[in-house]
Design a protein around this ligand. Structure first.
Ligand SMILES: [Mg+2]
Length: 347
């Protein structure tokens, strides 16, 4: 394994809080780990997208920092987000040396991908106001984070406020099978995607929902690998997959999962993890692949962060441009990187 030249724990100030049923995004800042590989000619950067605290996953930023600074090989199955950081840094370095963009490396032909805004759980009036602002900013897809106590009334209010915007919901596994009637109501309200309604291991409730609603029932937390997706499909519990490179152990594993979705006629969307501009660049290139059938979580980093060392992706008329600069992303601003770093290990 190539040694890292640098591992950094960053604290990125949040401009809008993303309330979610997993509760792992609270606080005024989002901690994030990045790794750098320096071969003397170029520096490659990789992002570990684990959130500040566990909840979405068992991985979290400080644990990722400990793991990545330990300098031991990382078990991708146990620590997919930390493993994804190593892979991204190696790939970024390779692409910089070859003067090639990630999109070119993937063979992405499109110039842009549909943008998707996500709104956290909050008071109905705030959510409606934010949905109007997102529609005004050009977003044609809004994903509402929901839990059983905040679902149909908020969706109905957003539906009325922005009738032309496609509405997805994401429950982060917070519904019990006994609360399914609320999900049927969302389906009748015209929600097109219901993401991770039940806990990841509740395949029976998920299978029932998949066969009873018009909306596509998308797995997020439940799919960490192609094997997971195969099992869910066999049990009738899979309508689509939110493919997050971080969750499955990196871009190579994410590509495999996307290929599997195409092969099996399963819908796919590119899922976001509150990445910095670095991870957002990777996601915007990945989302340009033709296998994606549903608008993903592609929004500029400035949607969430008040400051970010990496340049942002560009959104025009409800679409995000596929990045074409060499590497995974352009280099970070070194001064801002230092300012937002709360711990660093160099070797
Ligand atoms: Mg999700």
């Amino acid at each position: 394994m190539i040694p890292f030249s640098e591992v950094r724990l960053l604290s990125l100030p949040v401009s809008e809080h993303l309330g979610a049923a997993h509760g792992a995004t609270a606080g005024p800042a989002r901690e994030l780990v990045v790794v750098a590989l320096d071969d003397g000619d170029a520096v490659g950067w990789g992002e570990c997208s684990a959130l500040t605290t566990p909840g979405y996953s068992h991985e979290h930023a400080r644990a990722g920092y400990e793991l990545l600074t330990a300098g031991v090989p990382i078990d991708r199955e146990s620590y997919p987000m930390a493993a994804a950081a190593v892979e991204m840094a190696e790939l970024d370095l390779l692409l910089r040396r070859a003067d090639q963009s990630l999109a070119e490396h993937f063979g992405v032909e499109v110039e842009s991908v549909p943008a998707g805004a996500t709104l956290g759980i909050g008071p109905e009036s705030t959510t409606v106001e934010r949905a109007r602002a997102m529609a005004g900013a050009g977003y044609r897809r809004v994903k509402l984070k929901i839990d059983p106590a905040h679902a149909s009334s908020i969706v109905a209010a957003v539906r009325a406020a922005v009738p032309d915007v496609e509405i997805h919901v994401d429950a982060n596994g917070s519904f019990a099978p006994t609360e399914v009637s609320e999900l049927y109501t969302l389906d009748k309200l015209g929600v097109t995607v219901i993401e991770q309604p039940f806990p990841a291991d509740d395949t029976i409730a998920t299978a029932t929902l998949v066969s009873s609603v018009e909306a596509t029932v998308v797995a997020d937390e439940a799919v960490g690998s192609v094997a997971d997706a195969e099992r869910l499909l066999a049990e009738g519990a899979l309508g689509g997959v939110s493919i997050k490179p971080a969750r499955v152990g990196g871009l190579a594993a994410a590509l495999q999962l996307l290929d599997w979705c195409v092969e099996h006629g399963v819908d796919a969307l590119a899922g976001g993890m509150l990445e910095s501009g670095l991870g957002r660049h990777a996601l915007a290139a990945f989302a340009g692949l033709p296998g994606f059938t549903i608008a993903g979580d592609i929004s500029p980093s400035s949607r969430w962060f008040a400051a970010d060392p990496w340049p942002d992706i560009t959104m025009i008329d409800g679409r995000v441009l596929v990045p074409r600069a060499a590497g995974v992303a352009p280099a970070p601003d070194p001064e801002m990187l230092d300012r937002l770093t709360i711990a660093v290990t160099t070797r």
